[in-house]
Write a protein that binds this ligand. Structure first.
Ligand code: CP
Length: 341
């Protein structure tokens, strides 16, 4: 049993811890593929707070709980008291007495931090305006499964193309933590900021990885093993009109010409949803080099690993200090004393 920990940011974890989560996720995937669903979450309940809509995150968390013997409760917008006069902290204190683990997709990152500070159960960040760490565990599972022949993670160059979204930042964080080579190739005004750069620099000092943020195509793309993109406007910014998006990001569409500048065999990744014809062409998204839909499938791989990893801790508010046998005996006495059996 380990101490209570939350999964708000991959930067709170060492390289070894992140590799443990990735490997655990892949081990469970293998087990399920071989026909054995280990009941690792038997009797556990996950609360899923969503302040925003979601396809992949919601479905993968719920499916992961079911496959491993647990149960998930969808707490979507307007379904719980959150947003009224009850604070997110008070919501967290209540949930800590009702369920075993909680995930939250929030509008502002400070909300998931406040939730974690109040909770005595693990909190997993299902995406905020700052980052998207569960996406990154799935992405790294996908990269591990598609490593170029003869290369280790540390040999790979990952280029994120386009807007410096929270997915871009998170990809920069995890790749540099793992000792990989990360480039954000994006237009000025939409690049990762100084805070992101400082984090990547600190990661690289320890891991031996490298990072760059540039709008220089000639520098960014050669040698790429993975090209990754996201939509052309942050999910939480007011949406840019289409004409403006096309003007700013025109040169950053992932298309055949861009893929040809990378290594032979370079894979295309996308956190999805994609805007076909904007951030990526149909030709690339549907091509042999695209692993974007496998990547979406590995959201489930990641959620299983994360849920198992973070529920293996010593619960602070143990419902009963009784040992299993003593608890059973006491319950049986209660039932018979009250004519319930
Ligand atoms: N990539 C991702 O988080 O997708 P959803 O918004 O559908 O969850």
């Amino acid at each position: 049993m380990r101490e209570l920990r939350h999964f708000l940011d991959t930067n709170d974890f060492t390289k070894e811890e992140l590799l443990n989560i990735i490997n655990l996720s892949l081990e469970i995937k293998q087990s399920i593929k071989a026909g054995y669903n280990p009941p690792l979450l038997k009797g556990k309940t996950l609360g899923m707070i969503f302040q925003q809509s979601s396809t992949r995150t919601r479905v993968s968390f719920e499916t992961a709980m079911e496959q491993l013997g647990g149960h998930a409760q969808y707490l979507g917008p307007g379904m719980i008291q959150l947003g009224g006069h009850e604070t997110i902290g008070d919501t967290g204190r209540v949930l800590s007495n009702l369920i075993d683990i909680v995930m939250a997709r929030v509008i502002e990152h400070k909300s998931v931090v406040e939730l974690a500070e109040a909770c005595s159960i693990p909190v997993l960040n299902g995406m905020s305006d700052y980052n998207h760490p569960t996406q990154e565990i799935g992405d790294m599972c996908t990269i591990v499964e598609h490593l170029p022949k003869g290369k280790k993670l540390e040999d790979c160059k990952v280029v994120f193309v386009g807007d410096g979204t929270q997915v871009c930042a998170s990809l920069g964080f995890i790749t540099t933590k793992l000792g990989m080579h990360f480039v954000h190739y994006g237009p000025e005004g939409h690049q990762l900021n100084e805070e992101h750069k400082a984090i990547m620099e600190a990661n690289c000092k320890i891991s031996g990885g490298s990072w760059d943020v540039t709008d220089d195509r000639e520098k960014a793309l050669p040698g790429a093993d993975f090209i990754y993109t996201d939509v052309w406007y942050g999910l939480y910014e007011s949406e840019m009109p289409k004409e403006e998006r096309v003007r700013v990001f025109h040169d950053y569409q992932v298309n055949r010409e861009m893929m040809q500048r990378a290594n032979i065999g370079c894979k295309f990744m996308h956190c999805l949803p994609a805007t076909r014809g904007e951030d990526v062409t149909d030709e690339i998204l549907d091509s042999e080099c695209s692993i974007a839909f496998e990547e979406a499938g590995n959201r489930l791989t990641a959620m299983r690993g994360l849920l198992v990893y973070f529920t293996q801790y010593q619960r602070e508010q143990t419902p009963s200090q009784l040992k299993k046998e003593a608890a059973k005996e006491q319950l049986e006495h209660f039932m018979s004393d009250n004519d319930l059996v």
